[in-house]
Design a protein around this ligand. Structure first.
Ligand code: MG
Length: 360
């Protein structure tokens, strides 16, 4: 039995899992979105999230699991997974590969829950080494890409307001997949010439129309198209890739490193997100594999606090494109961390994942 204790001193409930020399604390934390998030398939105003801390020899590492509903994880499933973990099997937080093998032996899913543990372990082990992860990986932080800022599917008034808000950014990400796709792009183009990228979230259903849209977008300074068609339309996507003037990036079609080879048949690149990849350990391997297969690397995120966003940013010198604006979309961040300076991801030399908690 896991030594999990439940203590409620007001909301939210806090959980403590003491295991050998590592102590894990976690609690649910609902992320409040600044704007209702409209995608091709639904709308929402909050995102469920679980915050995790792992303590070892007086040092604390921070992690988190963000669970947008379509990924299938919930606060309950994450709390249940974290409560089952027995970290007393491991003598230190440096046993990253073994801890991942152990977590995968417990379940094949629970990817966000595993990411929360992984991020906290990276933060902790980086702090114990006194180095940030981009340095441990040997990456040059000057090579961090610009991040895009997301414009959701919305009314003309809100789109205009968001484009104004996005003025510090050098790339705009446009959500698509509804009837007014062209309208949204026309509004943006009437306001700014900055490059756009497009995320269709599986919304295009006809491959000929998809191809027509790719050509139309290519004439409007678009960099790439993300997840143009449904995940199960692999062959149609390969057909589109053959003909499209714009690179196609897989997002929903890929989760972990085992998916990358299959994806390479139909897409030009992959969108790596820590909540899909089970964290930084596998995300790094995915970026390296993608490069070896001549795929573009994009680094994305869910709506998250600066904790998980800063963790992903440590990898960003390996990425061609970054969409790390999740922390900017919420009004109740718990950390300060990675900064966007003149549209570019900017990392500090703080150890671990480079975050400082904003509150107790
Ligand atoms: Mg996407």
């Amino acid at each position: 039995m896991m030594p999990v204790s439940f203590s409620a001193w007001g909301e939210p409930t806090r959980y403590v899992n003491r295991a050998g020399r590592m102590t894990m604390r976690f609690f649910p934390y609902e992320l409040q979105l600044r704007h209702a998030f409209n995608l091709a398939r639904y709308q929402r105003t909050t995102t469920p999230d679980v915050q995790v801390e792992i303590e070892y020899e007086g040092v604390t590492g921070y992690g988190e699991a963000s669970m947008p509903p379509y990924l299938g994880e919930t606060v309950d499933s994450v709390v249940a997974f974290l409560s089952r973990l027995d970290l007393s099997r491991f003598s230190s937080p440096f046993a990253m590969e073994e801890i991942h093998e152990y977590m995968d032996s417990l379940s094949s899913g629970d990817r966000a829950a595993k990411a929360a543990v992984d991020i906290a372990l990276h933060d902790l082990s980086g702090k114990l080494m006194g180095q940030p992860w981009h340095k441990i990986w040997g990456l040059d932080k000057e090579k961090c890409p610009c991040t895009s800022f997301t414009i959701g599917i919305d009314t003309e008034e809100v789109v205009r307001q968001k484009v104004d808000e996005a003025s510090p950014y050098r790339v705009l990400k446009v959500k698509m997949g509804l009837d007014n796709d062209r309208e949204t792009v026309e509004i943006i183009r009437s306001m700014t010439d900055v490059p756009i990228c497009v995320d269709v979230n599986q919304g295009w259903t006809d491959r000929n129309q998809a191809l027509e849209m790719c050509h139309w977008l290519a004439e409007r300074n678009c960099l790439f198209v993300e997840q143009p068609m449904a995940v199960d339309r692999h062959d149609d996507t390969a057909w589109l890739r053959e003909r499209s003037p714009l690179p196609l990036i897989a997002d929903e079609a890929l989760q972990r490193i085992s998916d990358v080879r299959h994806i390479a048949e139909a897409y030009d690149g992959i969108n790596i997100k820590l909540m899909k990849s089970t964290g930084m350990h596998e995300a790094y391997k995915m970026a390296v594999l993608a490069r070896a297969l001549d795929l573009k690397v994009m680094l994305g995120c869910m709506t998250e606090t600066s904790c998980a966003v800063s963790a992903a940013a440590q990898l960003s010198p390996l990425a061609d494109y970054a969409d790390l604006d999740g922390n900017l979309l919420i009004s109740n961040d718990r950390f300060s961390g990675m900064k966007i300076v003149d549209g570019k991801i900017t990392l500090s030399d703080m150890p671990g994942i480079g975050v400082t908690p904003l509150q107790g």
